[in-house]
Design a binder for this molecule. Sequence first.
Ligand code: AMP
Ligand code: ZN
Length: 287
Amino acid sequence: MNYCDLQMHSTHSDGTDSPRRLVELAREAGLSTIALTDHDTTTGLPEARAAGDDLGVRVISGVEITCEYGGKSMDMLGYCFDSGADALQARLAEIQEGRRQRNLEIIGKLNALGHDISYEEVVAEADKSDGKIIGRPHFATVMIRKGIVQERQEAFDKYLAEGGAAYVQKLAVSPEECVEMLRSAGGLAVLAHPKLIRFPAGVGIRDLLAALKDAGLAGLECYYSLHSPEEIQQYLALAKEFDLLPTGGSDYHGGNKPEIKVGIGLGDLRVPLSCAEGLLARAAQAN
Ligand code: AMP
Ligand code: ZN
């Protein structure tokens, strides 16, 4: 039980397993600690914590928030915050409304391209789960079912990903604001999957880490399903250089990313328990 998984998505956003099921899967995978990191919402946390109490798995509060960096989206993870903090919840509600507007615009673009798909169908797909947070994976599922595309990656490549024909940028806060909103709720901000960050010309990861460290960034997601062993070592060295806590997670989404498994990602991911312990110790110090 020396491993953890600090990035997991449930039916409260764009995963296909309930929070309780995630805890069961974590236990089956031999993990002693997980964090639930649904997009823009913390509504799954009570169920995850209750399941964690029942099954002997420690559950850390988490969330994943999209930021805007150099005109592109970039993800920030939050951990160990007080999910009852009013200011955090008020800002998450605004971000959720921005997501709803973005979703309606995606439907408008798909319709303008001649595709028969309604927002009600996408909402119904999300509502099969607990989904109050509707994300692009729900669009992809409906698009496959309706024959608009053959498979999930095609939905993203042709339509939903940046550069796709129906892509719409959603309301995204600055990384600095994101760090601050998490800190003001007693939490820790962690820069997610650095491999996936698109840097503006002439800017590198050291520039970003230096700026965000000044803004109060606490950690860097070094272990991640799509990071190679060499990349993991590089990110661990960067975390050390910038005095950031190394963290890691699979980015499990159930059937919405079927190749990724709880705790082990694509097969060989192992996130040391020390990552979770580091977050908990730092949060305890800070509060
Ligand atoms: P959203 O929060 O609605 O913007 O959707 C974000 C989710 O879409 C991510 O968590 C991924 O699961 C998925 N996603 C984003 N970009 C891609 C991509 N290029 N290919 C496949 N899935 C993607
Ligand atoms: Zn997602």
